[in-house]
Design a protein around this ligand. Structure first.
Ligand code: C5P
Length: 218
C-alpha cells in the first residue's frame, strides 16, 4: 500500500511501546499498540465467560469487539479499560488467546485499518511478518531478559500494583516462550528487520535511532 508504516516488533517489556509511541509523535504518524488488541480480546472473553483456550468462542469475541481508541483512553463496550488491560493476568491471557489462529485471523483487518495517512507506527510481535509485511522500515527491538523484567517490575510498582521480581521474571519467560514457539505468527527477528538492542540504551537514543533509519529510507 502507499501508506508509510514503521513496524516495531519485540518481546514483552522491551520498551517497544514507549519507543513506537514517541516515534509516532515525532513524525505526526498514527500509532497502533497491537498488544492492546490481544489484551482487549482476553479481557472481553473473561467478561463474557468464554475460556481463553476456546478457539471458536474467543474468535467470535474478537470479531465482535466493541472498542474505541481515544488517545491514551481505551473503551471496551463504552467502559474505560485502559488500566484493566495492563494487569499481568490479562497479559498472560493475551498470550494464550494470541496463539489461536482463528483469533489472529479475526483481528487482522482491525489492525490493518490503522494504516492511515500520513503514516503509522505499529508495535507488537508480527507487525513486520504478517500485518504489515511491506512496511519500508521493520525494527526488532529487544533487551536482555533481566533488563526487561526490571522494567516491568518498576512499571508495576509505579502503578501501585504489588510486584515480585522473581514472579515477573518467570511470567515474562513463559510469555516469551509461548510467543516465540507458537505455530502461527511467532515472535521472530526477520532478516529484513533492523536490530535495536536497548539494554544499555535510553529511550531518547532508541527513538533517535529509529528516526535515523526512517530518514535514510525516505
Ligand atoms: O505487547 P503486549 O505485552 O501488550 O502483548 C500482549 C500479548 O499479546 C503478547 O504476549 C503476545 O502474546 C500477544 N501479541 C501478539 N501479537 C501482537 C501483539 C501482541 O501475539 N502483534
Amino acid at each position: 500500500s502507499l501508506i508509510p508504516v514503521i513496524a516495531i516488533d519485540g518481546p514483552s517489556a522491551s520498551g517497544k511501546g514507549t519507543v513506537a509511541q514517541r516515534v509516532a509523535d515525532a513524525l505526526g504518524f498514527h500509532y497502533l499498540d497491537s498488544g492492546a488488541i490481544y489484551r482487549l480480546t482476553a479481557l472481553a472473553a473473561q467478561q463474557q465467560g468464554v475460556g481463553w483456550q476456546d478457539e471458536a468462542g474467543v474468535a467470535a469475541v474478537a470479531a465482535g469487539l466493541d472498542v474505541v481508541f481515544d488517545g491514551a483512553l481505551i473503551l471496551l463496550g463504552g467502559m474505560d479499560v485502559s488500566e484493566a488491560i495492563r494487569s499481568e493476568q490479562i497479559g498472560v491471557g493475551a498470550s494464550v488467546v494470541a496463539a489461536l489462529p482463528a483469533v489472529r485471523a479475526a483481528l487482522l483487518a482491525r489492525q490493518q485499518a490503522f494504516a492511515q495517512l500520513p503514516g503509522l507506527v505499529a508495535d507488537g510481535r508480527d507487525m513486520g511478518a504478517v500485518v504489515f509485511p511491506h512496511a519500508p522500515l521493520k525494527v526488532f527491538l529487544t533487551a536482555t531478559a533481566e533488563a526487561r523484567a526490571e522494567r516491568r517490575y518498576k512499571q508495576l510498582l509505579g502503578r501501585g500494583e504489588a510486584a515480585d521480581l522473581a514472579a515477573i521474571t518467570a511470567d515474562l519467560q513463559a510469555r516469551d516462550e509461548r510467543d516465540r514457539n507458537r505455530a502461527v505468527a511467532p515472535l521472530q527477528q526477520l532478516p529484513d528487520a533492523e536490530l535495536l538492542e536497548t539494554t544499555q540504551l535510553g529511550i531518547e537514543e532508541a527513538v533517535a535511532q529509529v528516526l535515523a533509519w526512517w530518514q535514510s529510507r525516505i
